[in-house]
Design a protein around this ligand. Sequence first.
Ligand code: IPD
Ligand code: CA
Ligand code: CA
Length: 267
Amino acid sequence: MKSELTQLLAAAQLAADRAAAFLREQEGRLGPESWSEKRPSDFVTEVDREAERMIADVLLRHVPGSRVVGEELTPDGARDGLTWIVDPLDGTTNFLHRFPMYAVSIAAVEDREPLVGVVVHVSAGARYHALKGGGAWQDGRRIAVSAVREPRLALVGTGFPYSEMDQLPLYQRQFEAIIRGSGGVRRPGSAALDLCDVAAGRFDGFWELALSPWDVAAGALLVREAGGVVTDHDGNTDVTSHRGSIVAGNPAVYAWLRDVLRSMRDA
Ligand code: IPD
Ligand code: CA
Ligand code: CA
């Protein structure tokens, strides 16, 4: 099993590194005339699609018989057997504005469990990975969630609603409670990197209302292997099969965030 995971990791890293090199080369080249909107404020370009083609090509060549569920080309693909869940460019809006928080995110998943997760922070050149049972790593160094336990000291990441505006009133209540109760809130704009920040102990927690499996499958494994907790706002642990809410953190800050989110929902 260990050697199989190592092979999956090698394929995911090769694919992510190729896509990252391509994104680095393309940054700043696309004017607004080439952006399309999938939904309001949800942008996609030929660069997202080409990066996904490159990734799928490497993964399927290196791991015959596996499948790819990718945000732009195969979002509804079947998920039985070994499945790659791919976000070729997490943080497209940032990429289009040359704001440096964007990433490639690739997870290998089986039976709704992430086995391998790779995230590359393109502009920083930082490479994160996790193997189920094998820890979480940044550039060859083991990483762990923070030891901050008190909410008033916690730095918490989040993602704002931007397309599903009916969620804004609930989100604003959550935001007020968390900004009042924590040490600070940040919104960098790439959920995959937000989860890496939790895994590396820079964020003590993170929450968002509506994310897809490709935003979180790799990052969730990083957080768990770094000693943290990731679920949806109801406490369900499956982050690989449907769009939904997310809450993550070191165990203490996770528990606080979940309580706050639960009280907002019930209010
Ligand atoms: C988005 C980013 C962002 C989050 C959005 C995601 P995309 O991914 O992760 O931080 O707030 O919900 O959709 O569309 O840039 O791949
Ligand atoms: Ca994404
Ligand atoms: Ca994307």
